[in-house]
Ligand binder design. Structure first.
Ligand SMILES: [Zn+2]
Length: 133
């Protein structure tokens, strides 16, 4: 808190606190109404955000229909916060591998944005792994 920034801010549906978007995990609903992790914040439609904290995952699951309300539709979520955390970690790891592959094909100085995404994803994975312990 207290740090001035122009970065877009979003609220976590678990703790309800506001954070720069890039510090939160974005989820959106796919065409079948299934909640999916969106590691690069690019999936269309409404998004719902969570801190990479087990307590926030748990709180979101405690509030009945929190995901439905935030996404303004009926959505399907995993059975429990632990499953969602697991799926989230998997999605971020998959994204990381994809970015690494894409970076390999680039010359030095290219792919600056990709490198930044990779740094952010690495940080997120680190925090999610801590949640798992
Ligand atoms: Zn939170």
């Amino acid at each position: 808190m207290g740090k001035k920034s122009d970065a877009p801010v979003r609220s976590c549906i678990g703790c309800r606190s506001k954070f720069p978007k890039e510090e939160l995990i974005r989820f959106s609903a796919d065409e079948n109404g299934r909640v999916r992790v969106d590691p690069l914040y690019k999936n269309p439609g409404r998004g719902v955000y969570l801190c990479p904290e087990m307590s926030c995952f748990r709180q979101a699951f405690k509030k009945r229909g929190a995901f439905n309300r935030a996404l303004r539709r009926q959505v399907e979520v995993p059975q429990n916060p632990e499953d969602l955390l697991y799926e989230t970690l998997q999605a971020f790891e998959k994204e990381r591998e994809g970015i690494k592959k894409r970076l390999k094909g680039l010359r030095e100085g290219e792919g600056k944005r990709l490198s930044l995404s990779l740094q952010r994803i690495d940080k997120m994975i680190e925090r999610l792994r801590l949640c798992e312990e």
